[in-house]
Design a protein around this ligand. Sequence first.
Ligand code: UDP
Length: 476
Amino acid sequence: MPGDNYEVEKHAKFLAGRQDLLIELDGGLSANGIRLRRRAHLRRSLAWSLAERTAIVLRRGGDFLVAALLLIILSPVLLIAWLAARLSGGGIGKQVRLGRWATHFNLYHIQFPKNSVLAKFSFLEPLPTLYNVIKGDMSFIGPRPIAPSEEFIEKRLAWKRYNLRPGLLSLWWIRKRANIAHASEASLDSEYVETTSFWGDMGIAARAIPAAFYGSGVSNAPPQISFLGVRIDNLTMAEASTRIVTLAQANEPAQVCFVNADCVNIACADDQYRTTLSQANLVLADGIGIRLAGAILDQNVRENVNGTDMLPYLCTAVEKAKLGIYLLGGKPGVAEDAAKWIAEHYPDLKLAGAAHGYFSPQEEAAVLQDINSSHADILLVALGAPRQDKWIATNKANLNTRVLIGVGGLLDFYSGRIPRAPFWVRELGMEWFYRFCQEPRRMWRRYFLGNLDFLYRVICERMRVRAAQRIEGNAR
Ligand code: UDP
């Protein structure tokens, strides 16, 4: 009968299952099973520790070979640089730094006297550090070498950090060169330590190549720079946010503009925009184009102070100062979504209001009225450059807002409408290319023709400045 067959099969399955279970229990819990399991565990641990040791030895070997090779190739340069430094009163300098397992070591570098002609060759200063890599004090890539006096605050990460050799190239060095090291040095070190991996290090090595061309840092950056008729206030992100809050607590209305390579191109052809920029209270350097122009024209830019990166700093400062913000611009719904982001991240910040930027000339009076009745202290205007900056210049007298800032596509980013370029793209100075890929039709002219146009103008300006300096030198 079919029913009997079914019962027989069920019983056979039950017996087979029970047999499997008994074998498994015997394998797992009997003395023999436990011995076998321990052996397998030991084999796995040994294999893992062998793989880890091999990776360390390979890395150390790679560092040693590359550093030795570079030192041999570059030894004539090193010798000349050292002789030049010695003859002008400098030499080889030593700084005490913390290495692997927090042991002290001397970090070597060439010391060119400050304010001498040799200061121009400061990029040669780290050459003797190759000797530190050969000795094993340092690696090519790793966290920043820190001084013993610098306390490493995140104790949780300390063991991880001190398990690594400090690097000639670090995440902090790259972001500093690309002008996007807005976070503290210690937090960038932690970011590196938390995320370190072989491919991550390869990425840092690749990103170091363009970063090496971004200029020599900010040690001699003047407070204001000016080129192609545009003045830029050379502030860091934190300084700019503080300055904006101070302006918002004053009585006069103040205008803040962000200037990128495209804005400078527009200003060269548009008198009204150029006048607006020259009369603004703060003009901030936005993007890698301005950074490169500064490097070419010997006017170092301290930081890439674009509005999008600045918003979190600004919100923190505004929240603390108990001021109100109004968001104007973007397609319908964008300002409201950006306001939601701000409310989520800065719950104590006073959001005075939000409105889209596609209003007609007839509707403008109502927009101004809404902003005034919101009693906002700071107005972010996202209508695109140069329109937003001209709009601010025209309307600031009719508004009771204290600070009015033109912020371009900022609301699109914070509303989530347009994703921001990942950090590694920004470290490469390629955020413009990422933006181009998002809206190629609209952006190709701005970025491809515009960047070339900008570079051409900057090179012409450099030649003009050099010619003027030569004439002045001859006249003396
Ligand atoms: N926009 C607006 N009203 C307009 C034209 C543009 O609100 O009449 C907004 C647009 O939606 C976008 C921003 O202005 O959010 C301009 O973004 P873009 O990235 O072009 O800024 P830019 O970098 O040109 O300053």
